[in-house]
Design a protein around this ligand. Structure first.
Ligand SMILES: [Zn+2]
Length: 432
């Protein structure tokens, strides 16, 4: 019954395990640190849960009350994607959702974190409430006669912890939680790796065996974490050639990492470039948008399809909605593509990278989540704006091109150019 309902609205849940005793995510049947059965941690199917990057950890910690920061510095922070216009993630600490972190637009783009009631209860172990209310019953969603200093405030109401937020119509209670929340054990990503060693060995073995049986000759390698893991597994399976389709719009860190990692494994790197470069073709085809990403076809796939044989590819199902229904193999020209990590979560990829002690693209710790072209329309505004400080010269190049195409400064900064048809939500934001 529940299944029919879920499939009708196309909402699925993915469940991972969590060991509250060791305070780590668990992917196997048992936590390998304490041997106990984990309890479930559920999230939306497209959430693709993963550990926060160094950049995201810093960002998150800067958005919570000062007195609570020390606690979160010594805990694993997991993020699961939420549907939204830009960066929007559920934040999990100690195995439950403590709030939502997002890049939001209100009087300009800015980062914010809004705790859940349970997150508020955790924070109140360290931080003082901004105010106290006498009654606690049925407060959620109610307007209250209080002034708050920031965008949100922690409060207490009897035995309950609550979060109030500022809205255009006044201060409202966002959420409330009426049980005690105790601080949990310290834990780091290394503990999570140790809690999952057999699981990681198992998925590695399965992927390596799939690659061996496929007779693969090549691996597609872009410098991102998924293709890195695909390349590493293929290398374990005896594949000796990696193909790097350089679009000419790569971040310098990616091109450097691609060479460094291929060297590290001792595999041959075959670099292919488009016959006609992006800046030439864009004059003809126009600015690529989310709906019309001609660039992927022209700059990447067309170059790859010149090869023959079996190609290992690091596509994952949970990465995006469009990849959800991928089958295990596909065709591209004369190439047969195989996807050995199709069912891996981003969490598995990161645990595996740490388990094997592999280096990874430094862009991940600089505020980038997807590794691709620096002007990709699939990029988030959060990432595009981040480029102003990490890669000002690349930002300027694309910014000036967009200005020449007639976009205003605000249209560029709001990401209007990234859509052929502007989504209703973006129109709404731009009006306010
Ligand atoms: Zn445990």
């Amino acid at each position: 019954m529940a299944k029919t309902y879920k499939s009708r609205i196309r909402l699925w849940h993915v469940e991972i395990g969590y060991c509250p005793r060791c305070n780590v995510p668990v992917r196997g049947e048992k936590c390998e640190l304490c041997n106990s059965r984990p309890r479930p941690l559920r999230f939306h199917d497209m959430g693709d849960i993963r550990p926060a990057s160094a950049h995201e950890r810093e960002l998150f910690i800067s958005l919570i009350p000062r007195d609570a920061r020390g606690y979160f510095k010594r805990r694993i922070i997991l993020l699961a994607r939420q549907p939204g216009l830009d960066y929007r993630k559920d934040v999990y600490v100690d195995g439950y959702k403590v709030g939502i972190m997002e890049y939001a637009h209100r009087d300009g783009w800015h980062w914010r974190f809004i705790p859940t009631g349970k997150g508020a209860a955790l924070l109140l172990n360290f931080a003082e409430p901004e105010f106290t209310l006498r009654t606690a019953g049925h407060l959620k969603g109610k307007k209250i006669q209080k002034e708050i200093s920031g965008e949100w405030a922690l409060f207490r109401a009897g035995n309950c912890a609550g979060v109030a937020v500022r809205t255009p119509s006044g201060v409202k209670v966002k959420d409330i939680f009426c049980h005690a929340v105790k601080p949990a054990k310290k834990s780091q990503l290394e503990d999570a790796v140790r809690a999952n060693v057999s699981y990681l060995e198992k998925i590695e073995k399965k992927a390596v065996s799939m690659i061996k049986h496929s007779g693969a000759k090549y691996v597609a390698f872009s410098g991102g974490k998924d293709s890195e893991v695909a390349l590493y597994l293929a290398h374990l399976a005896g594949v000796k050639k990696a193909i790097y389709a350089n679009t000419g719009l790569e971040f310098p860190e990616s091109s450097r990492f691609v060479k460094k990692f291929a060297d590290f494994l001792g595999v041959e790197l075959i670099e292919v470039r488009p016959d006609r470069g992006f800046w030439d073709v864009v004059e003809e085809k126009g600015i690529p948008t989310k709906e019309n990403r001609w660039c992927t076809k022209h700059l990447k796939l067309a170059q790859l399809s010149k090869f023959h044989g079996v190609l290992v590819d690091g596509t994952r199902r949970y990465e995006s909605f469009g990849r959800m229904r991928r089958t295990r193999t596909a065709k591209l020209g004369n190439l047969k593509l195989i996807y050995p990590i199709l069912d891996w979560l981003a969490l598995d990829v990161w645990l595996y990278i740490h388990y094997r002690g592999l280096p990874y693209n430094p862009l991940y710790d600089m505020g980038y989540e997807r590794i691709g072209c620096y002007m990709c329309p699939s990029m988030l505004n959060a990432e595009f704006h981040n480029m102003r400080s990490t890669h000002p010269e690349l930002f300027k190049r694309w910014y000036e091109y967009l200005r020449k195409q007639g976009f205003t400064h605000d249209e560029i900064m709001d990401g209007v150019w990234r859509w052929s048809e502007m989504p209703a939500k973006l129109k709404e934001i731009r009006k306010s």
